[in-house]
Design a protein around this ligand. Structure first.
Ligand SMILES: Nc1ncnc2c1ncn2[C@@H]1O[C@H](COP(=O)(O)OP(=O)(O)OP(=O)(O)O)[C@@H](O)[C@H]1O
Ligand SMILES: [Mg+2]
Length: 361
């Protein structure tokens, strides 16, 4: 299986070609294709059990694929064990050595690699500065806050300048405030080092905040990969549309087409949907609540069922000919207009905001 052939994948640092991973009991990954460019902060996002950790372990070499190839920096590393690969990893419970000081924790991996004492001292000092822990060098893990421990774990993973940094839900043990702070810190650190980083999370906001690229996974498959904006604005499936942010999922009958747009009858309202949908029959599409605007001129009508004022925004719960629809209005005016429940309102949105979805097959 193992070959030393290099590929012409160019700047891609991690590449999976039709990687399948089966355990005795189940198939964790189905024919996964993945390409991560050098220097990218790449998030694997998906619900519990979808195969995120398995993907990370395949990059590390803790697992080997049942089928397919794994390339790192253009080299086929399929079959090569973890200890012969170059990666730094932070696990969910970041497991520092409790009896070692911060310096000793960070130096450990370098000592294992047989690096000289002076070089170690230099590298450890530099990396502790990088994560703003220089003053804590002699403390023990129990004398540090959760966020500081997290930074030690990061320092330990990056100190030997690995090809790839792998982070498996590294922030899940931290409270919300600290997590948000660490999200920004990890992102800044990653940009400073330019190290290709694969980051596992099941938190969609974390994925949006932190990553250059996201792969949304479900049931051992990548449903969609792209920039956070791409995926948010143009979800391909219902799963992606609802897992990443909130979305109205609507269904109607196609009445006609204009190029890549379809005119769809949703409960008696004719709406335009973008994408390359079917030309006949039923069509499902996604529409983000914040893309809907009130438009008295519009022929698309809905009855206001409930209004929830939330300061910066107003949430509207609407009924469009028997179909429930949620809208979010930004309260940009000094005094936002009062919207009464029970009244009929006109709605509109840009055609590009109504995105045709693929069949789940
Ligand atoms: N060593 C193993 N033996 C058998 N099945 C496994 C093994 N490791 C993982 N699996 C199965 O493979 C699937 C994917 O697991 P994985 O740990 O990759 O999920 P995950 O996306 O990381 O989930 P979580 O968010 O809960 O950590 C699951 O159904 C899991 O039960
Ligand atoms: Mg996991």
């Amino acid at each position: 299986m193992k070959t030393d052939s290099t590929t012409s994948a160019g700047a891609s640092d991690v590449r999976f070609v039709s990687v399948e991973k089966s355990f005795e009991t189940a198939t964790a990954l189905h024919s996964l294709d993945l390409e991560i460019e050098r220097g990218t902060l790449f998030a694997l996002l998906g619900p519990s059990g979808c195969g995120k950790t398995t993907t990370l372990r395949l990059i590390a070499g803790f697992e080997q694929p049942t089928r397919g190839q794994v390339y790192i920096r253009g080299k086929d590393v399929t079959g090569i064990p973890a200890y012969k690969r170059s990666f730094g990893m932070v696990f969910q419970n970041f497991a520092l050595f409790p009896h070692l000081s911060v310096t000793e924790n960070v130096a450990f991996g370098l000592q294992m690699r047989g690096i000289g004492k002076d070089v170690i001292r230099q590298k450890v000092a530099a990396v502790l500065d990088l994560v703003a822990l220089g003053k804590f060098a002699d403390r023990y893990p129990r004398q540090l806050s959760g966020g500081q421990q997290q930074r030690v774990a990061l320092a330990r993973a990056v100190v030997f300048e690995p090809d790839v940094l792998l982070l498996d839900e590294p922030l899940s043990a931290l409270d919300k405030m600290l997590r948000e702070q660490m999200q920004v810190e990890i992102r800044q650190l990653q940009h400073r080092l330019g190290m290709t980083t694969v980051f596992v999370t099941h938190d969609q906001e974390e994925a949006l905040t932190m990553s250059d690229r996201v792969a949304v996974m479900n049931h051992g498959r990548i449903q969609q990969a792209g920039t956070p904006k791409d995926i948010y604005d143009r979800p391909r499936t219902e799963f992606v549309a609802t897992f990443l942010g909130a979305s109205n999922i609507l269904e109607g009958h196609v009445r006609g087409r204009e190029g890549v747009r379809a005119v769809v009858d949703v409960a008696g309202n004719l709406v335009q949907v973008s994408g390359t949908p079917v030309s006949k029959g039923k069509l499902r599409f996604a529409l983000r609540p914040e893309k809907i605007v009130l438009d008295p001129q519009s022929g698309i009508r809905a009855v206001v069922k409930d209004v929830i004022y939330r300061g910066a925004q107003t949430f509207l719960y609407l009924d469009m000919g028997g179909i429930a629809l949620n809208a979010v209005l930004q309260n940009t005016a000094a005094t936002p207009a009062d919207i009464e429940t029970g009244t009929s309102v006109g709605l509109s949105w840009e055609t590009a905001s109504a995105v045709a979805l693929e069949d789940p097959t």
